[in-house]
Design a protein around this ligand. Structure first.
Ligand code: DC
Length: 232
């Protein structure tokens, strides 16, 4: 098929290294990049901007679903491999805010609502553009792009993921407590894996890579071998 637009779906829990792998693949193949987690984070940020307290349950699903559906976002490539996307929300640059742990926790809260997931569905599908797409998330291979050409599920133990995050933050000069990070990762896993809609799980036809005992170079080598075999 001449106009087939290939998709590489990359799923897995927080801190599994998906971001690095997604950036690597989109650079390598010159494919577009969908950071679907950023979209859930933006819904949380937009909700906070309208004074919705996301820690107060139950959440108003109809209002949050509408926020997701009407999200005005723009992603621009920066050519900086460390931080490849500049993110605008309603015309305001929010890149830094999107990456905070608070935004991740809020994202995980709004992501449990079916109306929010439905509200973001078409927007996510619209990222499929030539020459191809690397889609990074939790349900890329199972729900949003079940037809993906390559599906990879990247995971690691919660301890290993907490330690990686700890080292990243310490390197940036941000003081954190390893135990608090571990607990936060566990709580996020619990929410993401046990929600009733699109829970985090590998697609049946996904290649599963457990990176607990691998360094990033080893992970990239494994991923490259899988993608090369599938896409050439
Ligand atoms: O990948 P991330 O840390 O930016 O994702 C933030 C949260 O968003 C994550 O805890 C779960 C949710 N999410 C989701 O439910 N589905 C996706 N496709 C991507 C993220």
């Amino acid at each position: 098929m001449t106009n087939h637009v290939p998709i590489i779906a990359l799923d897995g829990p927080s801190g599994s290294g998906k971001g690095v792998v997604a950036n690597f693949l989109s650079t390598q193949y010159e494919f577009h990049l969908l950071d679907s987690g950023a979209l859930y984070r933006l819904v949380g940020i937009a909700a906070r901007r309208t004074s919705i307290a996301l820690e107060n349950l139950p959440l108003d699903e109809a209002v949050l679903g509408e926020i997701a559906r009407s999200l005005d976002v723009a992603f621009t490539s920066t050519n900086n491999p460390e931080d490849p996307l500049e993110i605008m929300l309603f015309g305001e640059q929010v890149g830094h805010e999107v990456r905070t742990d608070e935004a991740g926790v809020d994202a995980s809260r709004v992501a449990s609502l079916p109306a929010v997931r439905d509200g973001l569905f078409e927007l996510q599908r619209s990222f499929r553009q030539a020459p191809g797409l690397v889609a990074d998330g939790r349900d890329m291979g199972t729900v949003v792009f079940p037809e993906a050409d390559v599906k990879i599920y990247l995971t690691a133990s919660a301890e290993a993921r907490a330690e990686r995050r700890y080292n990243q933050l310490i390197d940036k000069g941000i003081g954190v407590n390893l135990h608090d990070l571990f607990q936060s990762i566990q709580a996020r896993d619990e929410r993401d894996m046990n929600r009733s809609v699109s829970p985090l799980a590998p697609a049946e036809d996904a290649f599963v890579i457990d990176s607990t005992d691998m360094d990033i170079e080893e992970v990239l080598q494994n991923v490259k071998a899988i993608v090369t075999e599938k896409l050439g």
